[in-house]
Design a protein around this ligand. Sequence first.
Ligand code: ADP
Ligand code: MG
Length: 190
Amino acid sequence: MLVETIAPAVPAALQGADRRTMTMTTDPHPPLTQATRDLADETATAGLARALASCARAGDVIALTGNLGAGKTSFARAFVRAFHGREHEEVPSPTFTLVQTYPGQRGELWHVDAYRLRAPDEILELGLDDAFPDGIILIEWPERLGAHLPRRRLDISLSHGPTETSRQAILKDQGGGDWCQRLGESEVTQ
Ligand SMILES: Nc1ncnc2c1ncn2[C@@H]1O[C@H](COP(=O)(O)OP(=O)(O)O)[C@@H](O)[C@H]1O
Ligand SMILES: [Mg+2]
């Protein structure tokens, strides 16, 4: 059901000037909150990543889905830089190492690229369990984790838009992570 009356509560960080939607279920389980954001270029993608990084906290899991070239790593790089407050930090892609970790005051940040996992259990060998509950985890190709993918997470699905540099992000808060609220707060404090 589209709830018109909650529209003013959509945080500024999720309000694309261009397009937005917000739906809530009346399910007894934690509400699913969804927002769509049109990203005109890589700078806009980085802006969304920065807004999320500014309000990320220990125990958060952000699952990035989308085809090759959709912008998952680009998003993750901007997130890592904002998390560290180092705009020009070199952020290697974990394509081959599968995991890169970054210490931080709000917890250790894990950037995982699960594309090359041969089996979901392999993620345990890489120590993902150690990342909980004090770490913040960004995962590319989260579907490769199978049952090891935490249920409580923020899903971000990236897809190509109508132009070379445009992307669309669909954010789904799976499990009451208060992401929408937090993004609103982060906008206020930035
Ligand atoms: N709006 C955008 N958001 C993210 N990346 C973009 C955007 N527009 C163009 N790009 C380019 O698309 C490519 C995305 O690559 P990458 O982030 O490695 O994708 P993935 O990790 O999803 O395979 C990069 O070359 C980046 O410069
Ligand atoms: Mg990638």
